[in-house]
Design a protein around this ligand. Structure first.
Ligand SMILES: Cc1cc2nc3c(=O)[nH]c(=O)nc-3n(C[C@H](O)[C@H](O)[C@H](O)COP(=O)(O)OP(=O)(O)OC[C@H]3O[C@@H](n4cnc5c(N)ncnc54)[C@H](O)[C@@H]3O)c2cc1C
Length: 463
């Protein structure tokens, strides 16, 4: 029965779901639950780039995800523009229309792979062009001699999430969507097919017919074990918000400027202009079990040092001030998204596990939630990601080991953990670690290989 819907979690996916569902079904009662300040929300902590091509990577990712990720990203990006247009907020929330991706000189082989993969895919789709030398000089007036090549990605725009939530929260109110300013303690399925949601505030409970779960990395722990949900992890992301950026070259005020992934689970160094005149400089990513976490201090040093060394030069970086921002990316144990209805409790729809791309994908995810409410099948692009699935293998042994070794090698070089001439020795050590870890992972989860970025955190707790 489509008359009483609760949405648990008020990040971008929950908020956009509430608005788009209410638009289609004005009579439905929608309650969206979450602390009004959105503590540790990934959406608030994001830059945020509508990142499609710059997110794709080589390695096992290419086989397992690339076509789907590109398809979803491109469709979602187009829908975002339509939504902004309808809500008349395009100029207020879009802060950059295109993205410049650069490759530094002497980049690791891992960074080179990812950059070339991104470039080939975007050029093939006619969504990019290479910047000629003079343009590189113009975009990076103080650091061009450190840059090997740069590609301009057309339509890879950026959204100021602070401005976006300001507008969406007002629209939510105007549409009569009920905001419940509380955390959810527990969610129980009842014998009459209804769902009871226990709130932290004043020990209150709500009983509803349908529920959409968008509570980020907490989406699993608020349910009973009998639902057999895919375990959740979180990617803790740090960023710096820089003030007084008037002296920065124009490129940083008008474009997203970024690298591809330079190692591990991160999305590369990036700067994104914001509508309040600040500049977002992100982002780190370390993986943890769900729970309150702190900034990793090395991430902050690394971001600021690269900003100064590779992007703007010390003279501009030195006098800047700023604040730190922290958000938890929702990720699953196998590393794939968690989107779709529960196969037994079909009145529960999950929309999480989006890791580094949830902001970009939100409008397409909302479309799947609408299909579920309409009793229709979700799109093929989202097939197989339901919350009570068996875990999905990331790739074969060789590809996963290669990815583990090359990404860690690249990350180690980036952070100056060792010098270039130690590369062969470190490579051997990392190969031994990878072989050891994959054996243990296969014992814990027979028949599948989990995303190598999650091995360490799984083994920390379970071996
Ligand atoms: C540093 C960083 C940079 C990123 N950059 C990008 C980017 O450039 N482009 C991109 O597409 N994606 C990016 N991402 C990823 C993207 O932000 C996420 O995939 C997306 O925001 C997930 O949206 P969400 O609504 O599911 O989660 P969230 O925004 O995390 O929302 C979940 C909400 O649920 C609330 N909640 C949690 N537990 C409970 C509970 N028990 N009861 C009620 N409410 C609860 C939280 O407070 C939060 O408000 C980035 C993420 C980070 C952290």
């Amino acid at each position: 029965m489509l008359d009483n819907l609760a949405i648990v979690g008020n990040g971008i996916i929950g908020t956009l779901c509430a608005i788009e569902i209410k638009k289609k079904y004005p009579k439905i009662k929608i309650q969206i639950i979450g602390d009004k300040n959105r503590p540790f929300s990934a959406s608030v902590g994001a830059g945020a780039m509508a990142n499609v091509y710059a997110e794709i990577e080589n390695g096992p990712f290419k086989d397992a995800n690339e076509a789907r990720f590109l398809n979803i990203g491109l469709k979602a990006r187009h829908k975002w523009l339509k939504i902004f247009d309808q809500l008349k907020i395009t100029k207020k929330v879009i802060t950059a229309k295109d993205t410049i991706v650069f490759l530094k000189k002497n980049a690791s082989s891992f960074e080179n792979y990812n950059y070339n993969n991104m470039k080939e895919a975007a050029l093939a789709d006619k969504k990019a062009h290479l910047l000629v030398k003079n343009k590189v000089k113009q975009f990076f007036p103080n650091t061009y001699n450190k840059i090997q090549e740069a590609t301009l990605l057309k339509d890879e725009f950026a959204i100021c999430t602070v401005a976006l939530f300001n507008h969406l929260d007002k629209i939510k109110k105007k549409y009569g969507i009920i905001s419940v300013n509380s955390h959810v303690k527990k969610i129980k399925t009842l014998s009459n097919n209804k769902i009871r949601i226990d709130l932290q505030n004043e020990n209150k409970s709500l009983v509803v017919n349908n529920i959409i779960v968008t509570a980020g990395s907490n989406s699993e722990s608020i349910f009973d074990k009998k639902l057999k949900l895919i375990p959740m992890l979180q990617g803790v992301g740090s960023a710096i918000i820089l003030n007084d950026i008037n002296d920065l070259p124009n490129s940083f005020q008008n474009y997203v400027v970024r690298t591809v992934n330079r190692g591990g689970a991160q999305c590369g160094l990036h700067t994104v202009p914001r509508s309040n005149g600040t500049l977002y400089l992100g982002a780190g990513n370390y993986i943890s079990r769900p729970g309150i976490r702190a900034h990793r201090l090395e991430t902050i040093r690394y971001l600021y040092e690269l900003f100064s060394d590779e992007l703007v030069g010390k003279k501009i970086a030195y006098p800047l001030y700023g604040n730190l921002s922290l958000g938890y990316r929702p990720r699953t144990m196998d590393g794939f998204p968690c989107i779709g209805n529960h196969q037994i409790y079909q009145n529960i729809f999950f929309a999480t596990g989006t890791n580094r791309v949830g902001l970009t994908w939100a409008p397409e995810i909302v479309n799947q939630a609408l299909k579920w409410l309409d009793g229709k099948k979700i799109s093929n692009d989202f097939e197989g990601w339901h919350p009570d699935r068996d875990m999905i293998s990331y790739g074969n042994d060789k590809k996963c080991i290669d990815y583990f070794v090359n990404s860690r090698l690249s990350a180690g070089l980036e952070h100056n953990n060792f010098s270039e001439n130690q590369t062969n020795k470190i490579k051997k050590e990392l190969t031994n670690i990878a072989n050891n870890q994959i054996k243990k992972i296969k014992k814990l989860y027979p028949g599948i290989i989990i995303n190598p970025d999650n091995w360490q955190i799984i083994l920390n707790n379970e071996s």
